[in-house]
Design a protein around this ligand. Structure first.
Ligand code: ATP
Ligand code: MG
Length: 658
């Protein structure tokens, strides 16, 4: 789980960063693309507006030149001083040229007739900047001019009223103590009138009052923006300012109401009127943000007296920007969701085999060696899984080997323990035999002398008896027989107890066996016991006492014959032990065998199963003692109903010593 979420989180981080960068870059592109282009278009639009403005001016000038030069009636009326005819001609021109005023002066600049206001005349216009220029230069002049109310009133009261405007409170405009404007801004031309022989006879001047006249701005709007609207608002706007005051505009204050009387924003004022420079940037216009272009309007002396403006609503481009932002954002989000899904699947694919490996490791930790993980993959994880499987298998093998060794060691230990037990038993046996032996030796010694005396006197008495005293002779012979037998027992006892010294010398074992067999051969024949010899030729020599060893073999063979009264088989075998250090003699009978509980007792002195008088139970214990003196071992194995095997091992002679 941890790994998977880590992977997913890192994926998400990468995608989120990419998305954010893409969105920012997108914004920048729109900013520098769409918005900059729009601003450039506005700058071009300002050129169009400028041209329309200039055309209007040239048109006025042209109209006036035409009137002053070509209209015969005007010259004629001027020469004659016919004001009625003059008025008629000038009115015609004013109407045709859609002029707001048209005035004619004499060659000194004194007003002869105002077509708009015929009642007021006779005043001098020689001080007017344009008229004076014409009087001096005798050439046509045109330009923009601010005309004070006093002069406007002369031209027409109606015009003066049209020019008069209350200031409307405008956000961001430059604060001013003034509250109204009374002067007017006119597009004006003044042209000379020549009489015959090119003599100046007068000046004709006229023009249009821009205040509340909308033909220029509306024409600009229609030519440039073709009346396109955005959310009910004209997208393009044009304005003519008298100084900073909107006197002709199609920017609207509210529905259908032109924003006449509002003023330009303070920052535009400073740049365009203050510094006489262009403004091409976003600007706050009346009540909204526009991408705008402003240029100064100058009078004929070059002084800035107003501003020409065009602008388009910024909102449309802002909305485009916002829409584009959401597009980018949406695409980024979709990509993120997609990437999240892919990341999740990928993370799962990566984490799954790792989890499998983890489970495998846990299984091994629990001791479940040899577990396999099933990962088919050609990458590092696949290699890891392969290594894991190999290690797991090796662990299993090693574990099993160790287990085997432990079991074997256990077995060895058990065997060693059993041997130890046997040794211990033998030791106990030896100790028993030892103490019994001492006792027996004491008894035997005490018995020996009186027994000798009994035998001696019985023999002497027997020798003294007469030949015919048969009864006493028989009695004495019985005494002698039993005394001899008792002496034999005592002798055995002493043998057993005292361990009379060996007369040890190098001997072959096979001859000793043959000797023993020859002693019992007659008895065996009587009992129909078949004797089998399996004597190994080339037996190594041993160092021992031939008489005593013969006694041992006779004891064992006699015991065997005694348990096979109705015949059987006696096998005598001689061989060497596998390591070559011992000779081994086995005596095997086919008698009834020895029950388990007696097996350990048969080497104890006086243990016998024979009826009293038949056996003393010393035969095997004496034999045991003799074999021990030869540093050998005597062992018995028996199966009840099958027979018994006595095995004697004696170390071979040390060649260097012998
Ligand atoms: N081959 C055999 N088969 C069955 N039992 C045997 C055999 N050899 C010995 N025994 C048993 O071991 C006992 C002890 O034998 P051991 O030779 O010491 O004494 P014994 O034969 O009884 O008397 P002794 O030998 O002193 O005359 C025997 O009484 C008999 O029960
Ligand atoms: Mg015996």
């Amino acid at each position: 789980m941890m790994l998977r979420s880590k992977l997913v989180v890192s994926f998400l981080t990468v995608i989120a960063i990419t998305g954010i960068i893409a969105t920012i870059v997108g914004q920048r592109l729109i900013e520098s693309g769409i918005v900059r282009e729009a601003q450039q278009k506005v700058n071009l639009d300002l050129n169009s507006a400028h041209q329309i403005y200039e055309q209007k001016l040239k048109y006025i000038e042209g109209t006036l030149i035409f009137t002053a030069m070509r209209r015969f009636s005007v010259k004629e009326a001027l020469r004659k001083g016919d004001r009625r005819l003059l008025l008629e001609s000038l009115r015609e021109t004013m109407e045709e040229g859609q002029l707001d005023m048209l005035t004619i002066t004499d060659k000194s600049g004194k007003v002869i007739l105002r077509a708009r206001n015929p009642e007021v005349f006779g005043d001098s216009q020689a001080q007017d900047e344009m008229v004076s220029k014409v009087l001096q230069g005798k050439k046509p002049v045109c330009g923009t001019q601010i005309i004070p109310r006093k002069e406007l009133l002369r031209e027409s009261e109606e015009l003066a009223e049209r020019a008069r405007m209350q200031f409307i409170e405008t956000p961001m405009a430059k604060p001013t103590p003034e509250t109204e404007n009374t002067s007017g801004m006119v597009l004006k031309a003044a042209v000379p009138i020549f009489g015959d022989v090119n003599k100046l006879i007068g000046v004709l001047y006229g023009g249009i009052l821009l205040n509340r006249r909308y033909d220029i701005v509306d024409e600009t709007k229609n030519v440039v923006y073709r009346g396109v609207k955005y959310e009910g608002k004209d997208i393009g706007t044009a304005t003519i300012f008298q100084k900073d005051l909107r006197i002709s505009t199609n920017v609207q204050l509210s529905e259908g109401e032109r924003a006449i009387g509002t003023r330009v924003s303070s920052e535009v004022y400073d740049r365009v009127i203050g510094e006489g420079k262009l403004w091409t940037a976003r600007a706050f216009v009346v009540n909204d943000w526009y991408l705008t272009a402003y240029e100064p309007i100058r009078n004929i002396h070059g002084k800035v007296i107003g501003i020409l403006y065009v602008g388009i609503l910024e909102k449309k481009y802002n909305d485009m920007k916002t829409a584009a932002f959401w597009n980018f954002f949406g695409v980024a989000m979709a990509a993120m969701v997609l990437a999240l899904a892919i990341a999740y699947m990928l993370a799962r694919a990566i984490a799954k085999p790792i989890q499998q490996l983890e489970r495998g490791v846990e299984a091994i930790a629990r001791g479940n060696f040899g577990v396999k993980v099933d990962i088919e993959s050609s990458d590092e994880i696949g290699a890891l899984a392969e290594s894991f499987n190999r290690v797991s298998r090796e662990l299993k093998d090693t574990y099993e080997k160790l287990q085997g060794k432990i079991e074997a060691a256990d077995e060895d230990l058990k065997k060693a323990y059993k041997e130890l037990q046997e040794k211990q038993e033998q030791l106990v046996q030896a100790a028993k035999l030892g103490s019994l032996g001492e006792l027996a030796a004491g008894v035997a010694h005490e018995i020996n002398n009186p027994l000798g005396t009994i035998s001696l006197y019985a023999q002497m008495t027997l020798d003294d008896l007469k030949e015919d005293d048969k009864d006493n002779r028989e009695n004495l012979q019985i005494i002698l027989k039993h005394a001899t037998r008792t002496a034999g027992i005592v002798k055995n006892l002493l043998e057993f107890a005292r361990r009379t010294d060996l007369e040890a010398r190098p001997i072959g074992i096979n001859p000793v066996l043959e000797e023993a067999l020859s002693i019992i051969a007659h008895q065996a024949e009587l009992q129909q016991v078949n004797i089998v010899r399996q004597l190994l030729q080339d037996m190594p020599m041993i160092v021992g006492d031939a008489n005593k060893l013969q006694q041992v073999f006779v004891n064992i063979i006699v015991n065997a014959l005694q348990v096979m009264p109705d015949g059987g088989q006696l096998t005598v075998e001689s061989s060497t032990a596998p390591d070559g250090g011992f000779v081994q003699i086995s005596i095997v009978d086919t008698g009834p065998g020895i029950p388990e509980e007696n097996l350990r007792k048969i080497f104890e002195p006086f243990f016998t199963t024979k009826e009293t008088g038949k056996g003393t139970g010393l035969g095997l214990s004496v034999s045991h003692g003799i074999i021990e003196q030869h540093k050998g071992r005597i062992e018995v194995s028996s199966r009840v109903g099958k027979g018994t095997t006595f095995t004697i091992t004696i170390p071979v002679a040390d060649r260097e010593k012998s």
